[in-house]
Design a protein around this ligand. Structure first.
Ligand SMILES: CC(C)(COP(=O)(O)OP(=O)(O)OC[C@H]1O[C@@H](n2cnc3c(N)ncnc32)[C@H](O)[C@@H]1OP(=O)(O)O)[C@@H](O)C(=O)NCCC(=O)NCCS
Length: 316
């Protein structure tokens, strides 16, 4: 029997996300969990793989299928995996999202937002907002209470003026209440997802930033360092299951050196890029070691050129 569709609540989104388009999307799309391998899993994996596979940002199929249906606590660590398929009224696959709800003991609830993809034909249809509301519904289903610290956490690529998607992500997520941890204070790299023999010979972690929505605290401009570490711990739990320990150790070691408390959080406005310059590839890649995908001092264009290109393209 097909699992029941997810029930979403408009109140899980900030007012900026609400409106007639969201109401139409709620009536139009159906979001259903995938709980076991099978044809729907194959379809959704292929959909995600076409977007994220070439960037080495998708786990192996066997890894994802092994997580399906996972839900429960072991030694005080709660982990639930969710893979969601979103279908249009005619049944077409319009989008997909996967995420983990994680909590260690009575610490903060962390939803690790692994992937979200909306087919080009369905972009700006309201579906993006539905897929941003879904993790909040999943948190609630896991037992999270409104008065507990709850954070949605996504890994996102640093901003490259030539890569429009890297800017669209910031616009969409910023309006939805997400801000990035300053990667020059809390650096982050996604570990190498390739087979271990390939990754061990020449590790290629992907330098990124951690982008968070602190539920109920969306206007905060900083996060306690303890929260940043709780988020990193959550990513370590999942990445530790299929990535090389050296990748995890390398990013943690650098964060230990750079981290200060609290960690500044930034929202990116491409018409005023200087205000959040650390989110630019040009600003942060040269500071990162090659072991984390950085360039160790070698310039990646200039920050001024990046800001000028952004202002020229995105200023109204
Ligand atoms: C990121 C993604 C999920 C966003 O979904 P979307 O349907 O494209 O965009 P949304 O409806 O969520 O956009 C919300 C807001 O972001 C801004 N925005 C989105 N796309 C924009 C664009 N091309 N230009 C300018 N602003 C844009 C707008 O403010 C928009 O609100 P509006 O439509 O009311 O003006 C989608 O673009 C996608 O699948 N991208 C490829 C995969 C990806 O990057 N995944 C995220 C990995 S973390």
């Amino acid at each position: 029997m097909r699992p029941a569709p997810l029930v979403l609540s408009v109140s899980d989104l900030l007012p900026a996300e609400r409106g007639p388009r969201l109401d139409e999307a709620l009536a139009r799309f159906t979001i259903t969990p995938i709980l076991a391998p099978g044809p729907e899993f194959e379809e959704v994996y292929a959909f995600l793989d076409a977007e994220f596979g070439p960037k080495n940002e998708l786990e192996a199929k066997a890894t994802l299928s092994g997580w399906l249906g996972r839900h429960g606590a072991v030694d005080g660590l709660f982990v639930a995996y969710h893979l969601l398929a979103c279908r249009d009224a005619d049944g077409a696959l319009a989008g997909a999202r996967d995420c983990f709800v994680i909590r260690r003991g009575d610490g903060p609830w962390v939803v690790l937002l692994s992937h979200v993809l909306i087919g080009p034909a369905w972009r700006r249809s309201g579906l993006g907002a539905l897929l941003r509301a879904a993790p909040v519904a999943l948190l609630r289903a896991a037992g999270a209470q409104d008065d507990e610290e709850r954070v949605l956490a996504a890994e996102q690529e640093l901003i490259d003026p030539a890569d429009e998607a890297s800017i669209v992500r910031q616009l969409a997520y910023g309006r939805a209440g997400f801000s990035a941890l300053n990667p020059q204070v809390f650096p982050y790299a996604q570990p190498d997802f390739r087979p271990h023999d390939v990754a061990a010979a020449d590790p290629k972690p992907v330098p990124m930033m951690l982008t968070l929505r602190r539920l109920g605290l969306e206007s905060a401009t900083e996060a306690p360092a303890a929260l940043a570490w709780a988020v990193l711990d959550a990513f370590d739990v999942i990445h530790g299951e299929h990535c090389l320990p050296g990748d995890l150790a390398a990013r943690r070691a650098l964060a230990e050196v750079w981290c200060r408390d609290p960690v500044p959080m930034m929202r990116f406005d491409p018409s005023q890029p200087e205000a959040a310059a650390p989110l630019l590839r040009a600003a942060t890649l040269p500071l990162l070691p090659r072991r984390l995908g950085g360039t160790e001092g070698a310039p990646v264009g200039t920050i001024d050129d990046a800001c000028a290109a952004l202002r020229a393209r995105w200023s109204a």
